[in-house]
Design a protein around this ligand. Structure first.
Ligand code: OGA
Ligand code: MN
Length: 238
């Protein structure tokens, strides 16, 4: 049974801060790329300086995290199952349109290695991870409406791999809709959102008609995301 991560739920309580995930090296790699290339490769677009700072601390996107072979390997393992499901259009909470999804606990050896690599980057070793990995298959016309993953089902960190297609994720502050950013999720990239970005901002994946980043059209196609989460904070499960 899918828990669907209670996308409808809003953040209603204070959360114990988790140990910081050390992303410093990955961030400084980008910074060292130099101003010109950096401006071309920056994965976020926002006018809000405080949000920019928040993103640089709590939302990482690593381009080309997966090689083409790795993308294919993950796809080959999940696709035969996904193909048997039907795309859904009116989910009970209406957060996602044109999707099918499942959860998977066991993976072939090659894919397990890839997922371990995600875990190493996204979560400190002592942090308990959800045993089930979430697989979300969005059709070309599919999209995800703004939501915050329920604190009841998921801890401070969400890590996602994008297969088959690039897309644009929008973050909007839960209490101040003028505070927003677009995040470019390229095909084969890894994103990690945590802490303030995970709890205080809704996230959404834009539909085809709005799929633009810095004014440039980002063509959408079928997209499969493979999402790892950590266990919820104990006080949020009560
Ligand atoms: C979700 C979600 C994002 C993605 O399933 O809750 O926000 O990258 N997915 O598919
Ligand atoms: Mn979500």
């Amino acid at each position: 049974m899918l828990r669907s991560y209670g996308r409808k739920m809003k953040l209603t309580r204070l959360l114990k801060p988790f140990k910081k995930v050390n992303l410093t090296n990955l961030f400084s790699m980008r910074i060292n790329e130099g101003v010109n290339t950096r401006s071309l490769t920056t994965y976020y677009d926002t006018k809000d300086i405080s949000l920019e700072k928040e993103i640089r601390t709590n939302m990482l996107v690593q381009e080309d995290f997966l090689s083409e072979d790795e993308e294919m390997s993950l796809f080959n393992e999940v696709d035969p199952y996904m193909r048997r499901l039907r795309y859904e259009y009116d989910h009970w909470d209406n957060a996602i349109h044109g999707f099918r999804e499942t959860e998977r606990r066991t993976w072939n050896e090659e894919n397990q290695k890839i997922l371990n690599r995600v875990k190493e980057i996204a979560f400190p070793p002592e942090v308990p991870k959800l045993a089930y990995v979430h697989i979300l298959d969005l059709e070309k016309k599919g999209y995800i409406k703004p939501h915050i993953d329920a604190v009841r089902f998921c801890g401070n960190t969400i890590a996602g791999l994008s297969l088959l297609s690039s897309s644009v994720m929008r973050l909007v502050h839960d209490k101040d809709k003028n505070k927003y950013a677009d995040i470019l999720l390229k095909r084969r990239s890894l994103y990690i959102m945590k802490d303030a970005i995970r709890y205080e901002y809704s996230h959404e994946v834009l539909p085809e008609a709005e799929s633009k980043f810095k004014g440039q059209i980002i063509p959408k196609d079928r997209r499969i995301s493979i999402i790892l989460r950590n266990e919820p904070n104990e006080e949020d499960t009560k």
